[in-house]
Design a protein around this ligand. Structure first.
Ligand code: MTE
Ligand code: HPA
Ligand code: MOS
Length: 756
């Protein structure tokens, strides 16, 4: 098959020809939208006066909650979020009104003229403060395995600690945006930069008070989503649609970067605590953790993210006694949302911290505890899923051998003995990440495949292209299954009228779910064409196959062409369109018992991070990250390597430099790229080496090619512990802190704290 195919968008991107929502040619007299949002993080709206703003020349209309003909509610999991605030505001940046004008300049001018008065109410910005005030999104959830209390009584070593991981800004290159316009009979078409077109359609229909079939959502592609457009692309699309409903005119709204940063939620900050118990052989016998998730002002996807934190709270380790609890804490921040890893990274950081704490107290290397406790075949995760095809040990051993861990350690020790100012540190980070939406009913997809009568093919699925190259993978599957050249296949936009009732492109599952549906549809079509060809060439169906546009008989190439068979099928009135449905088999989860088999499979891998720390300045460089990654049987190694590299760097950014900061009044301080630092070319590892783990893959994955979008982000966590190890060799009195991101400022403090 076409395993080396380049991302099919690369030429278009390079030439600037790819169409993002802002590039779609708009209709004449398209109006422009702009949100007026709250400057107060928690308060009652005492008075709003739009009169000055409405007088600005070029203002069409200002929309508020009063203009909603359906319901003023956009909460997906829990109905707790109005589209536009009515009497109260709950976070700075909460939308209150939508200004529609001739152009953005005019809209901005009007926005500055809106007069608003608030009665301030108490503001909560941290999860802990929320918990102290019993301010929650929903009930807490707990996973339990065995009996931790009993087990702790038998443990030789017990350690406790606290951790913090900060949020993370998605910083997709393309900000949020949409373009909506009226069709006939009150129907509306929305082009949206969303990962979840059906979510946009459903929520729009509710707010507008119209049936779902009146709303068509189309997605060309995204300039990055990273989870930030799974739920949070919806509000803007609805606002534009409300305006279209009233004005019967096209309305476009592309958020500028400042507005996007201020108004959208981010990765959830977590404040957590742990208790870990080990026996004398370093086996982890018991693990307890309490996770305080800073959910922001409304639920958004927080409950699902909290759930995934519990799923990944023991990472890739087998722990026989587990008790983990997560609280979704309601604060006065923008609702936090999905971000690559979806709560998993936050969970994994805590057990890695617990292991580091234990190792430090025992005066041993963290690696010893990690390696001793890797999950193996037939072990049980805390949620009841029994491990099959476990690759944790394999990937660890493979990393040890292929990257000469012993040699690396010697080198580092040698360096540290010789150097005073600079110290090196190393950490190993093994991962296991579950693939499937944790909410079982979401694991399905459909594909609509047309073969046109000239032999060209058009494919529609629910997959949204956001840079992860899912369209390339869909194309590979179709070309491969039908036995035709890739040039004959076109991947259509993602559109709710062609493929309906879809799950968002998320959970790293897009290629698996949609790919399996494409495969199924293409297999059906191929079977039909086999019948036609068999008749044409007077052989049995079993003897026919297609490859590179040619008919093969008994695996021998003939001069007969694919398009001739298609043309004949047309004459014989054979259906050249197929619509296939795929639902992940075997998975289930019982929320009452918190047990089941939620994941189709797990992705494993092990990374080794080495860093050099400047102990005078607190600055550090990442020398190398070496990774053994479980791709299964990668269907496109170029694309998948890119996913590993991108996710790794995003994980490193989260752990080391990306510092979201709100003041105690709930105002975002890190509101520009001058105050929020993400990794650039100078801060990425000097070397990244990725070696695929040799496995047979997993049949639940499309072509046995395992999902790759999110898992490698968690290799970034190793950076934190590599830095810790470097500090340790400089400052023997260093007491481990688990407070991410480990910025050079914090590192500098820890280098000299209590140092003799
Ligand atoms: N890669 C790029 N270039 N851009 C993105 O927005 N999103 C990530 C990951 N890789 C993303 C990306 C996230 S959060 C997920 S869930 C997966 O891609 C989604 O795509 P997949 O299911 O096809 O892996
Ligand atoms: N992962 C990502 N997105 C999701 C999930 C999940 O498990 N569930 C709902 N949305
Ligand atoms: Mo990814 S966080 O599941 O969009």
């Amino acid at each position: 098959m076409t395993k080396t195919m380049k991302n099919i968008d690369s030429f278009g991107h390079l030439r600037g020809e790819s169409l993002f929502v802002d590039d779609v040619i708009t209709k004449q007299n398209t109006l422009v939208g702009l949100v007026f949002d709250s400057t107060c993080a928690h308060g009652k709206i005492i008075k709003i006066d739009y009169s000055q703003a409405e007088k600005v020349e070029g203002i069409t209309r200002i929309f508020t909650h009063k203009d909603i003909l359906g319901i003023n509610q956009i909460g997906g999991i829990i109905p707790d979020e109005p589209l536009w605030a009515k009497d109260e505001v709950h976070f700075t940046g909460q939308p209150i009104a939508f200004i529609v004008a001739k152009n953005e300049l005019i809209a901005k001018k009007a926005r500055a003229l809106i007069q608003i008065e608030f009665e301030n109410l108490p503001v909560i910005t941290t999860a802990k403060a929320a918990k102290n005030k019993d301010s929650f999104i929903n009930e807490p959830r707990s996973f339990k395995l065995g009996d931790t209390e009993k087990s702790f009584a038998d443990c030789h070593h017990i350690y406790k600690g606290e951790t913090f991981t900060n949020g993370q800004e998605h910083l997709y290159l393309e900000t949020q945006g949409c373009y909506a316009y009226p069709l006939e009979n009150g129907n509306i078409k929305i082009i949206s930069s969303t990962q979840g077109p059906t979510q946009v359609q459903k929520a729009t229909s509710k707010v507008l008070g119209v049936a779902m079939h009146k709303i068509e959502v189309d997605v060309t592609r995204l300039g990055g989503g990273f989870g930030g457009k799974e739920d949070q692309a919806t509000a803007w699309a609805i606002m534009a649609a409300v305006a279209v409903q009233h004005l019967k005119k096209p309305v476009k709204y592309i958020l500028n970067r400042h507005d996007d940063l201020r108004m959208t939620g981010k990765r959830h900050p977590y404040e957590s605590s742990f208790k870990i118990g080990l026996d004398k052989d370093l086996k982890i016998k018991a693990f307890e953790a309490e996770f305080l998730q800073n959910s922001g002002a409304s639920a958004d996807l927080s409950p699902a993210i909290a759930e995934r934190t519990l799923f990944h709270a023991t990472n890739c380790y087998f722990v026989p006694n587990v008790k983990t609890t997560v609280y979704s804490c309601k604060t006065n921040l923008p609702p936090n949302t999905a971000f690559r890893g979806f709560g998993g990274p936050q969970g994994m950081f805590v057990i890695e911290s617990a292991i580091a704490q234990a190792a430090s107290a025992l005066g041993i290397d963290k690696r010893l505890i990690q390696k001793t406790n890797l999950i193996s075949e037939n072990d049980t995760f805390s949620y009841g899923q029994i491990t099959t095809n476990a690759e944790a040990v394999n990937s660890w051993i493979s990393a040890e051998e292929k990257f000469d861990l012993v040699g690396l350690e010697k080198e580092i020790n040698h360096f540290n003995e010789k150097n005073d100012r600079f110290k090196k540190g190393m950490a190993v980070m093994p991962i296991a990440f579950g693939i499937s939406f944790t909410n079982t009913p979401m694991n399905h997809a459909r594909a609509l495949v047309h073969i046109y009568q000239d032999g060209s093919v058009g494919i529609s699925t629910a997959a949204v292209e956001m840079g992860q190259s899912v369209n390339t993978k869909m194309l590979q599957i179709a070309a491969d299954t039908l036995g035709i050249d890739p040039e004959k296949v076109k991947i259509e936009t993602t559109n709710t009228t062609r493929v309906a009732n879809t799950s968002p492109s998320a959970a790293s599952s897009t290629a698996d779910l949609n790919g399996k549906a494409v495969l199924k549809a293409c297999l059906s079509l191929q079977e039909r064409l086999n019948t036609v060809a068999a008749k044409m060439y007077n052989v049995n169906e079993e003897n026919i196959s297609f490859e590179s546009n040619f008919v093969f008989i008994d695996f021998k190439k003939t001069t007969y062409l694919w398009q001739d068979v298609v043309a004949q099928a047309m004459l014989e009135r054979v259906a050249l369109t197929e619509n296939a449905h795929y639902a992940t088999p075997k998975i289930h989860f019982d929320k009452a018992k918190e047990k089941g088999h939620p994941f189709a499979y797990h992705v494993y891998g092990t990374s080794i991070t080495t860093i050099t720390l400047d102990c005078l300045q607190g600055t550090y460089e990442i020398d190398a990250v070496k990774i053994i990654h479980d791709f299964g049987k990668s269907m496109n190694m170029g694309v998948d390597m890119g996913q590993v590299e991108g996710a790794l760097v995003q994980g490193i950014g989260w752990m080391t430099m990306e510092e979201i900061s709100y003041d105690d009044k709930g105002k975002l301080l890190s509101n520009a790229l001058s105050t929020y630092k993400i990794p650039d070319i100078f801060s990425v590892p000097k070397k990244v080496e990725i070696i695929p783990l040799e496995t047979s893959g997993n049949q639940m994955a499309i072509y046995r090619s395992k999902a790759v979008g999110e898992p490698p982000l968690m290799y970034g966590i190793g950076t934190y512990f590599a830095i810790q190890n470097a500090i340790k060799s400089f400052n023997q009195e260093y007491k481990l802190t688990f407070n991410s991101p480990y910025t050079p400022e914090k590192v500098l403090m820890d280098l000299y704290k209590n140092k003799g």
